[in-house]
Design a protein around this ligand. Structure first.
Ligand SMILES: Cc1cc2nc3c(=O)[nH]c(=O)nc-3n(C[C@H](O)[C@H](O)[C@H](O)COP(=O)(O)OP(=O)(O)OC[C@H]3O[C@@H](n4cnc5c(N)ncnc54)[C@H](O)[C@@H]3O)c2cc1C
Length: 375
């Protein structure tokens, strides 16, 4: 893939768009789109070439997520989490684990998800409280993860759990077949992102040998802050700047198409022109910031982390503001759901609460800019 963004846009038009409306209306996971993501090589975007993948990195991850989000935020968000999980396997997984999971992704179209958050620790997902009891070569898990996007559809779930080393954590790859693993499928009723299937996951005496632990004992926090953070936070920036661009595309077209009896259109009205300009400025600025942040992160620039945090905050707030203005321009038709505007506004609201939440990120950004440790 030479131009991931362009190819992602074309892919989205052919294979995501046809399912987008039903994904929301029926709260239905976009499984047809995921089959095609496998068939067309997007699931293996970050898998190294020696394992049959595309060998791409943070910039292409961000471009692909952005391209999909400009058509369907749910599909983009689920895909983004798969890429984040892959990066943990890639950077810290044993050769055996890489071979197993990368082969499943490349040859069998399987994908991954993140089971990190818990009801108790909420947005501070890097402080897991589930039980992980070591017994020789085996670890037994008990507890509940609160919101697991792609639940039942993904084949591997990355789970953060306490380490035997006091105060440390581990990152595990749980295969869906693991005995004792189940999902409370009726528990997802999101305001937006309705096709995500972000359900609680129960672990009841789930037992794994240490080959499923990603990296050395106690290395989970390092993975969270060095791998998950850049790919996840830049990825969320891509999702929500994509929502803003999508709102711009829908609203500007609607303003041209909506005609009054005298033949004039909504777009002839100066106030509407100003609103559309505001949506465009906000969406384009968020998109540019996110892409620049991904490049800075990939280059290892000194301000790479600050840019990624800042871009995700800007993108999340932009999506809500663009949605608010787009609803105003869409008038009664948007309100009565004749336009997809209200769906995108509902999707946009997930941005500010997804971990690490915008409030938490604002604190982290200040710390990053003044050289203080995060979190
Ligand atoms: C659409 C969607 C999909 C999700 N998918 C996944 C997934 O796949 N995997 C997964 O692990 N999780 C997932 N989550 C869970 C999510 O990322 C958060 O962990 C969860 O929503 C936090 O929930 P909470 O209400 O317990 O947060 P709380 O911890 O109760 O925080 C609530 C609010 O309090 C404020 N706050 C809390 N602490 C601080 C602080 N220290 N400083 C400043 N403000 C603070 C913030 O405004 C925050 O938004 C998903 C969530 C959504 C909405």
């Amino acid at each position: 893939m030479d131009n991931v963004y362009q190819e992602g846009r074309q892919f989205a038009t052919s294979y995501i768009l046809p399912h987008t409306e039903m994904t929301d209306l029926e709260s239905r996971f976009p499984k047809e789109s995921f089959q095609e993501l496998g068939a067309q090589g997007f699931l293996k975007l970050l898998v190294p070439e020696e394992y049959g993948g595309q060998g791409k990195g943070l910039v292409e991850h961000t471009e692909a997520v952005l391209a999909f989000a400009e058509t369907c935020s749910t599909t983009a968000l689920c895909y983004m989490m798969h890429n984040v999980a892959l990066m943990c396997i890639l950077t810290h997984g044993s050769d055996e684990l890489k071979k197993q999971i990368f082969t499943d992704v490349v040859e069998n179209g399987k994908f991954l998800a993140l089971a990190y958050s818990e009801i108790g620790t909420g947005t501070h997902f890097y402080n897991p409280e589930i039980r992980a009891d070591l017994n020789g070569e085996y670890t037994t898990f008990n507890g509940v993860k609160s919101m697991v996007t792609s639940a039942t559809h993904a084949s591997y779930y990355l789970v953060l759990a306490p380490s035997v080393e006091e105060g440390k954590i581990n990152n595990w790859a749980l295969p869906i077949e693991a005995e004792g693993l189940s999902f409370d499928m009726s528990e997802w009723n999101g305001l937006g992102m309705r096709g995500n299937s972000s359900c609680p996951m129960r672990l009841e005496n789930v037992t794994l040998d240490s080959s499923y632990r990603i990296g050395a004992e106690g290395s989970g926090a390092q993975q969270v802050f060095e791998v998950v953070a850049p790919f996840f936070i830049a990825g969320l920036g891509a999702v929500y700047s994509g929502v803003s661009m999508h709102l711009f595309e829908i609203t500007s077209q609607y303003a041209v198409d909506r005609k009054y009896p005298d033949g004039s259109s909504l777009s002839n009205i100066e106030t509407v022109q100003i609103h559309i300009g505001d949506i465009y400025k906000s969406a384009a600025a968020a998109k540019a910031f996110v892409l620049d942040a991904a490049r800075a992160g990939a280059n290892g620039d000194a301000d790479g982390l600050a840019k990624i945090l800042g871009a995700r905050i800007v993108a999340s707030e932009s999506a809500i503001e663009c949605g608010r203005l787009a609803m105003r321009i869409g008038g009664g038709k948007a309100y009565n759901k004749a336009l997809p505007t209200e769906r995108l506004l509902r999707d946009a609201y997930a941005g500010q609460v997804m971990a690490p939440s915008v409030d938490v990120l604002n604190v982290w950004l200040g710390k990053a800019l003044t050289g203080q440790p995060i979190p």
